[in-house]
Design a binder for this molecule. Structure first.
Ligand code: HEM
Length: 188
C-alpha cells in the first residue's frame, strides 16, 4: 500500500504511534466506595495502520487502530481492555481519539499534536456535555458511574511513549479523578 511507504506523509503526526509498545511502570488510581485503589500495572498497546476514510466526499481521515491490554501487577490479571482509533484530518490538522471499554462506555475525544525538539505531544479531550466530542454510556453507568470528562496527554520521543489519562467519574455520590499513567517502549 502506498500509504505504508510514506507513513509520515499519509498519517502525519500519527505515524510515530505505529508499532507495538510495552510498559511495566503503570499506575492506576481508581474509585472505591471509601477512597481510592492504587494499582501498579503493565500493558501492551498495539497500534496499526488502517488507511483512510472519506466522509461525505469532503473529509479524509487517516486512521490507525489500536488495542490496549492492561494487567494488574499483583495477580497478572487483565483489569482494563480498550480498543479504538486514532484519526488525523490533514486539512484541519485535528486529531480524534476514540475508545471503547468493556464497561459499556464509549468516548470520542478531539485534540491536536505538536512537535518540539523531536518530541511529539498529543492532547485530546472529551466532555460529556459536548454532543460531538463526548461520552456514550449504558443507562446503568449513567446512573451509577458516569463518565463526565476524559483527557489524555501523550508524548512520543523515538522509541519511548508516555501517557497520562484522566477520566472524571461521578460514582458513590462524588466526583472522582480516575487516572492512569505509564511509560512504554516500542518493542516492534
Ligand atoms: C489504563 C487504563 C485504565 C485502568 C487500568 C482502569 C482500571 C480501573 C479500575 C481498577 C477501576 C475500579 C473498578 C474495578 O475494580 O474494576 C476502574 C473504574 C472505572 N473506570 Fe477505569 N481504568 C482505565 C481507564 C479507564 C478509561 C479510559 C475509562 C473511560 C473513559 C474508564 C472508566 C472507568 C469507570 C467509569 C469506572 C467506574 C466503575 C467502577 O468503579 O465500578 N477507565 N477502572
Amino acid at each position: 500500500m502506498e500509504q505504508l511507504m510514506h507513513a509520515e506523509d499519509f498519517f502525519g503526526p500519527l505515524a510515530v504511534l505505529i508499532g507495538t509498545w510495552h510498559g511495566e511502570q503503570g499506575l492506576d488510581v481508581a474509585p472505591e466506595p471509601e477512597g481510592e485503589a492504587r494499582s501498579p500495572y503493565f500493558e501492551t498497546i498495539t497500534i496499526e495502520p488502517v488507511g483512510d476514510a472519506t466522509n461525505a466526499e469532503e473529509q479524509t481521515l487517516a486512521v490507525l487502530a489500536y488495542k490496549q491490554v492492561v494487567s494488574r501487577k499483583s495477580d497478572n490479571s487483565v483489569f482494563h481492555h480498550q480498543i479504538g482509533y486514532w484519526y488525523f484530518d490533514r486539512n484541519t490538522k485535528e486529531i480524534y481519539y476514540s475508545l471503547l471499554i468493556p464497561r459499556a462506555v464509549a468516548v470520542l475525544a478531539r485534540g491536536r499534536a505538536t512537535a518540539e525538539n523531536g518530541k511529539w505531544h498529543f492532547s485530546v479531550i472529551a466532555d460529556a456535555a459536548d454532543k460531538n466530542y463526548g461520552v456514550l454510556e449504558s443507562a446503568f453507568m449513567a446512573a451509577k458511574a458516569s463518565t463526565k470528562r476524559f483527557a489524555m496527554e501523550l508524548e512520543v520521543q523515538g522509541t519511548t511513549l508516555h501517557y497520562r489519562m484522566q477520566t472524571d467519574v461521578h460514582i458513590y455520590g462524588r466526583s472522582f479523578a480516575h487516572t492512569d499513567e505509564n511509560t512504554l517502549k516500542k518493542i516492534s
